[in-house]
Design a protein around this ligand. Structure first.
Ligand code: ATP
Ligand code: MG
Length: 253
């Protein structure tokens, strides 16, 4: 058994500058993890996610805790779950896998070889039982063990697991209990509008187009999916275009 588990503790970036100001409110002195592309300008983790300040703060606390505290985000489509995972990928020594691809991508081999500090699993509900079982042990004790071709190998890691899921129904109960589970709710109109305008603005679309798109998607299409705003906004050049596209989509729905 390797005793390198604690050698992973290389935390020495100032959280105040690298964590969106979240930790500043409560504990300016705690350390933060290293961020991959830290440049001269301090990198702001979760900066492109609108709202969820409390969730950002929980992540921040987890990232700076002595022991791994694993977080699972559960929620409806387009509620920013994957966005949180993408941000976590910016952390040094992170490993990203899709639940449905975890076996193919050789998750267990990767754990042995690269010893990641952060394991990020998007759509964990699609993860095969074999991999879910491996996570049980990793999350509880840090131990990863595998028997293959009558040979056994094992090691011990210190790894935080961050994951997402649309629902918890297909997940092993003991796996669920190892996570701090946060249930995201469907957006209300005000959040939906603000997020759509903010996100489309980042994609170069003016508020004059983004705002009517958000209104039309919500009230005419009765959709709460931000992705619908993206599709329409990228086709429309004017408010009239927005109305025409929405009416056409309704016709062919
Ligand atoms: N709070 C938010 N801030 C910024 N962008 C957001 C927010 N919520 C949703 N979006 C945008 O909505 C789109 C979908 O987000 P994301 O992929 O994270 O959703 P998801 O919760 O993982 O959905 P699914 O369950 O379908 O995988 C992305 O383009 C994302 O930028
Ligand atoms: Mg997703």
């Amino acid at each position: 058994m390797s005793s390198e588990a604690d050698n992973n503790d290389e935390l020495h970036v100032d959280l105040v500058t690298s964590h969106n100001g979240i930790a500043e409110e409560t504990s300016p002195s705690i350390n933060a993890p290293e961020i991959k592309n830290a440049s001269s300008r301090p990198y702001q983790l979760f900066d492109n996610i609108v709202g969820y300040n409390d969730v950002k703060k929980l992540f921040s606390l987890s990232l700076s805790s002595e022991r791994p505290v694993h977080i699972l985000l559960v929620g409806p489509p387009a509620s920013a779950k994957t966005l949180f995972m993408l941000e976590c990928m910016k952390l040094e020594r992170s490993y990203f896998t899709l639940g449905s691809q975890s076996t193919k991508s050789g998750m267990i081999d990767y754990l042995f070889e690269k010893r990641p500090r952060y394991m990020i699993v998007d759509e964990i509900e699609h993860m095969p039982m074999r991999d879910q079982t491996a996570l049980l042990s990793l999350m509880e004790t840090g131990i990863v063990a595998e028997t293959k071709f009558q040979r056994t190998r094992n090691t011990q890691l210190k790894t935080w697991v961050f994951a997402t899921s649309n629902s918890t129904e297909q997940m092993l109960t003991p796996l669920l209990s190892r996570f701090m589970v946060l249930h995201f709710k469907q957006y209300k109109y005000e959040n939906f509008h603000e997020i759509a305008v903010h996100m489309l603005g980042h994609q170069g679309i003016s508020k004059e187009i983004a705002s009517p798109v958000a209104d039309a998607v919500w009230s005419k299409m009765k959709s709460k999916d931000i992705r619908d705003c993206i599709k329409i906004a990228h086709l429309a050049k004017s408010k009239d275009d927005v109305n025409w596209i929405v009416e056409t989509l309704k016709k062919y729905r």
